[in-house]
Design a protein around this ligand. Structure first.
Ligand SMILES: Cc1ncc(COP(=O)(O)O)c(C=O)c1O
Length: 447
């Protein structure tokens, strides 16, 4: 057994692999190093990171500015209870306020996207009492714990429900998914039925406190809404006196172009949650930002929520450094230029591969939805296949890509193209060349 094999064995024999049967947690690829847009295996083979790991390493790997900021804070004061004030807490908050939408200037810090959503839910239900129902959508992922997974539309909720690990009071709405419209309609003749139906739902349900959305749906499809959808949704929320909660855990931090996906449509939510790109994945951070009106509600009431590691100094140290790096990168114009190039290259890829049913996305956030039959849109796999033992075509394609030096995240129906924002056109072409090869697997199985 090589040293690497020994390490893999030592790890897998004593840890749980996430979101999988444990029999599938035996031989994960060993990663020795990571720099820029590449990760390296034990033989120093470069693997292009085409999904920013879990759509979080937005600034690539080994960014020196962020690393130094964390190291400095570790030397100065790695931990102090959230009950104290300290310099990095003031600095991180000031930095965040330069990026957060105006008016969302009251922050609760945690250490993950799940926790950011958990806090949003608790704040909402206390603030909106006695209204408690929350509307979510089927194509969504909002986190792993009881609240997060209850808000989730994908199959992870099915498993949590069976284990009796969900919370009540969440109802699901149809998606804004033009390629497979749940109403069988076509944009623009549809009159955006998917958003108008939400108004109907709110009124018919009663006791609704909020609607929880990913402004551009991430894991479950990179679903970009038509331009009318989000402005109309905000109007519907206001008319019905309910909160709009934007989960920008994955869609935030310049992933779609501007800082927040909602900025693409000039919509402001009542609560915004984020994580992942907030530290560019250099430290585990969660942020729940609300209006002052919401915070004022708790002036004489207990905001009954908190964590030992809320406002953790090492985590917060990454935030101002990452924000400075984002601002510099965006000012360089590189991401804007590369995203256009990526869009063009992905559309060309569709022309060459029969198995690509739909190419959709925005900025550095794209889906290649694979289908068995392009005409009928018959899919290779459906939602219910996820986590079963049934082979999944996108997984096959992604596994072949990894062998050829390309890391790409697969979901049951699509491949996720979401590279770090520092990627160059040449590196995009490198990834596209591998996809060109491995998509043949899908083509061979298409009708
Ligand atoms: C939109 C969205 N919300 C919440 C989460 C949960 O974040 P975390 O995995 O940091 O708990 C994710 C994770 O992928 C996500 O994509």
């Amino acid at each position: 057994m090589t040293k690497t094999e020994e390490m893999v064995k030592a790890l897998t024999e004593h840890t749980y692999g996430t979101w999988r049967r444990q029999e599938g947690w035996k031989t994960p690829l060993f990663i020795k190093d990571a720099e820029g847009v590449y990760i390296y295996d034990e033989k120093n083979r470069p693997i292009l990171d085409f999904s920013s790991q879990l759509m979080c390493s937005n600034l690539g790997h080994k960014n020196k500015v962020i690393i130094e900021a964390i190291v400095k804070q570790a030397e100065k004061m790695p931990y102090i209870s959230p009950g104290f004030a300290c310099e990095i807490r003031a600095k991180a908050t000031a930095a965040l306020l330069t990026v957060l939408p105006k008016g969302l200037d009251q922050i609760f810090y945690s250490t993950s996207g799940t926790e950011a959503n958990e806090a949003a839910m608790k704040i909402t239900r206390q603030y909106m009492f006695p209204n408690f129902k929350v509307i979510s959508r089927y194509h969504s992922y909002h986190g792993a714990t009881a609240v997060g997974v209850s808000l989730t539309g994908d199959t992870r909720r099915f498993y949590a429900e069976r284990a009796r690990c969900t919370v009540p009071g969440i109802v699901f709405a149809p998606d804004v998914y033009c390629y497979r419209c749940p109403f069988g309609l076509k944009y623009p003749d549809c009159n955006i039925q998917c958003v108008e139906y939400l108004d109907y739902m709110i009124k018919e349900e009663g006791n609704v406190a909020a609607i929880f959305i990913e402004p551009v749906v991430g894991t479950n499809g990179k679903l970009v809404p038509p331009k009318e959808y989000l402005p109309r949704l905000k109007e519907i929320c206001d008319e019905n006196g309910i909160l709009l909660i934007a989960d920008e855990v994955m869609s935030g931090w310049y992933r779609t172009g501007p800082a927040w996906a909602l900025d693409n449509w000039n919509v402001k939510p009542d609560i915004l949650t984020t994580a992942k790109g907030c530290s560019a994945a250099y430290a585990p951070v969660g942020v729940t930002a609300t209006t002052k009106k919401i915070k004022d509600h708790f002036e004489d009431k207990v905001m009954c929520h908190g964590h030992t590691y809320a406002m953790h100094p090492l985590v917060l140290a990454a935030i101002p450094a990452a924000i400075a790096e984002y601002k510099k990168l965006m000012a360089s114009g590189l991401p804007k230029k590369v995203s256009k190039h990526m869009e063009k290259k992905l559309s060309e890829l569709k022309k060459r591969h029969e198995c690509i049913g739909d190419v959709r996305g925005i900025g550095h956030f794209w889906a290649l939805e694979l289908v068995k039959n392009r005409k009928t849109r018959e899919p290779f796999n459906v939602k219910a296949d996820k986590f079963t033992t049934k082979p999944i075509m996108t997984d096959k394609v992604a596994a072949a890509a990894l062998k050829k030096g390309l890391y790409i995240v697969s979901w049951y129906d699509h491949l996720c193209v979401a590279p770090p924002l520092i990627i160059t056109e040449k590196q995009v072409d490198e990834g596209i060349a591998v996809l060109d090869e491995v998509l043949k697997i899908g083509d061979q199985n298409a009708d």
